[in-house]
Design a protein around this ligand. Sequence first.
Ligand SMILES: NC(=O)c1ccc[n+]([C@@H]2O[C@H](COP(=O)([O-])OP(=O)(O)OC[C@H]3O[C@@H](n4cnc5c(N)ncnc54)[C@H](O)[C@@H]3O)[C@@H](O)[C@H]2O)c1
Length: 276
Amino acid sequence: MVRLVQYNMRITIIGCGSIGSKLAKAADEMVEVKRIYLMDVDKGLAEKVAATLNKAIVIDSVEEELYHCDLVVESASQAAAKEILPKVVARGVDIMIMSVGSLVDDDFRKAIFEKAKISESRVYIPTGALCGTDGLRAASNDELDEVELTTIKGPKSLEGIPYLLEKGITVDDVKEKTVIYSGPAREAVKIFPKNVNVAATVSLLGIGFDMTKVTVVLDPDTKSNSHELRVKGKFGEMVCHTYNVPEADNPKTSHLASLSAISALKRIVRGEWFGI
Ligand SMILES: NC(=O)c1ccc[n+]([C@@H]2O[C@H](COP(=O)([O-])OP(=O)(O)OC[C@H]3O[C@@H](n4cnc5c(N)ncnc54)[C@H](O)[C@@H]3O)[C@@H](O)[C@H]2O)c1
């Protein structure tokens, strides 16, 4: 299949919250995008977002316009991603995934990528709220010894997580910097499904979910969602810090994540691949 710069593109956005609504607005302003289909379990929210745009209509399910759609963007949840990925890929439609933790299950992921190959569907994973994925991607073409991600978040970003409640940790009662998780990325993305999607992205790019070490720190004084990515390998050593501003409408999500989705969409529709 020949893919050049795409015009008259139709995209479906599943999940119209913090990321989806900003991506929809950006897509509305792209000349290459002709139609935006919006879907959210909260239909009222999808309608509210659509009302602010020129090219958007609301649909009830991802299947509704799949035959007319060039790209589906999942910006909803891990559960939503797991549900829609097989449907979209089976139809040979491209898909961009924000809830990257949905790919933690090895059998599920292999089946998706196998199906995507057969049906000529592409699975896009934006860099998300993390810098340094470019270096990791290049470095992974030779031996990697260590990949470690340390994430520091404030109480607002970490509230309502069952794992913390089970451990008797009330985020607002923590008065000093505290390590609340340290272990493999595989567990981290399950325990923090809305907080450490970047750990899944790093695992997929580097040494996998079991070898990638993740540390999550609760800092009562921080206003940022920060990530430190450390990589050691044959290429040398890399340390990359990202001090993210959380989104006002969802403090679990960093503004850079929305920007990375917008940037990925521009690359896809315009065929621009600088710094790949
Ligand atoms: N890759 C990254 O670096 C990164 C960074 C931040 C967030 N994320 C992930 O991206 C996803 C979206 O983030 P957000 O900040 O926009 O979240 P959000 O909570 O602001 O918005 C999610 C929206 O999806 C809707 N939704 C939930 N389940 C749905 C389903 N099954 N079908 C349709 N709609 C559904 C919700 O009603 C909500 O409006 C989350 O899973 C989040 O963890 C990824």
